[in-house]
Design a protein around this ligand. Structure first.
Ligand code: SF4
Length: 350
């Protein structure tokens, strides 16, 4: 059961302390915030893109995709005018492909109903496809300076520790809003998230290096139990093995001018995971009478809660897998799964 927030005497939410708290946090952020490309802009398109990419994905994994995606789709009009397959192809490797589909749908709605412009407030942003409360607040505060707080996992944890109490969602948002800096709301929101990501870490907060320790009930040792710690056991990963066939041949075009091809299979559009995407032919049952020479390499790959051991075979047709020969030149235009991308890269094919 969630505890009621205990507003300690030194809580940043009492008396005239919020102002000093905000100053200290923003001062720290100005000097210590990481240099990230989406922090160099107030363009709502770029901020929106970064926020969607960063959902469930590490910053390091997003950086390169963000750059490439912007090269291909420099603005909302370019994104809206592209096919969904082209967008998915550019998203390949980031996972959680529903985000890319919603991004595409949202871009089309912006062009059709908003003349290609982002609405300038969180309420109107919230009405767009794929934009929830957090993303709407992030875009509105960072791009348009609206005084609206964001709450993500990092902010929630920082708030709980500051107050020394467990908070449920109905309590967290009002506390975040009360703490917000009205002059620099976008920077303040990013500072809270940055603090959670780099200092107030989930399992080992670095309180001695924290710019707001003197306002923090947990950092000052006033609570018996760290309210920001996730006490739920980590989800257990299941383990599976699969066998993939990596087959390559010279092009078979009539004029003999087609380049090399690889054999790929398109997943059903009804699949819940990665519908419609292309991948190497694969099977979950070890092929019978497999010669030792057929095994090229073994990879480890994780998708959501499953760890896969992937045996990649060469010159071996898998019984159940048909597939189509696809020109390697076409691969940048079609959506391929992250695992297939990883294998094709390792094989020097892309
Ligand atoms: Fe987190 Fe420690 Fe800073 Fe409190 S003092 S906000 S627990 S890092």
């Amino acid at each position: 059961m969630a505890l009621r927030p205990r507003l300690a005497s030194a809580s940043p939410l009492t008396g005239n302390r919020p102002a000093a708290f905000r100053r200290a946090l923003l001062h720290w952020y100005d000097r210590n915030g990481r240099d990230l490309p989406w922090r160099e802009t107030r363009d709502p398109y770029r901020i929106w893109l970064s926020e969607i990419m960063l959902q469930q994905t590490r910053v390091a994994a997003v950086l390169e995709h963000y750059r490439i995606f912007l090269e291909r789709f420099p603005n909302v009009q370019a994104l809206a005018a592209s096919s969904e397959d082209t967008v998915l192809a550019a998203w390949s490797g980031l996972g959680y492909y529903r985000r890319a589909r919603m991004l595409h749908r949202c871009a089309q709605e912006l062009v059709q109903k908003h003349d290609g412009q982002f609405p300038g407030n969180s309420e109107a942003l919230l009405a767009l496809p794929g934009i929830g409360r957090y993303t709407a607040a992030a875009i509105a505060s960072i791009a348009f300076g609206e005084t609206v707080a964001v709450v993500d996992g990092n902010v929630e944890r920082v708030l709980q520790r500051l107050l020394g109490a467990e908070l449920d969602a109905s309590q967290t948002w009002p506390h975040a809003q009360a703490l917000l800096d009205n002059v620099r709301p976008g920077d303040f929101n990013q500072a809270m998230m940055e603090l959670g990501a780099t200092v107030c870490a989930p399992r080992a907060p670095r309180c001695l290096a924290c710019p707001v320790q003197k306002w923090c009930a947990t950092g000052r040792g006033e609570v018996a139990r760290d309210p920001g710690i996730d006490h739920t056991p980590a989800a257990r990963q299941s383990k599976k093995q699969i066998w993939c066939a990596l087959d390559r041949r010279d092009g078979q075009g009539k004029s003999n001018d087609r380049g090399p091809e690889v054999r790929l299979v398109q997943r059903s559009r009804k699949e819940s995971l990665m519908p419609g995407m292309w991948e190497l032919p694969q099977t979950s049952a070890a092929p019978p009478r497999l010669s030792p020479e057929a095994l090229w390499r073994t990879f480890r790959h994780s998708i959501t809660v499953t760890d896969y051991t992937v045996h990649v075979l060469r010159n071996t047709e898998l019984p159940a897998a048909r597939g189509r020969w696809i020109s390697i030149d076409r691969l940048p235009q079609i959506p391929i799964t992250g695992l297939t991308r990883k294998i094709l890269k390792a094989g020097g094919i892309i």
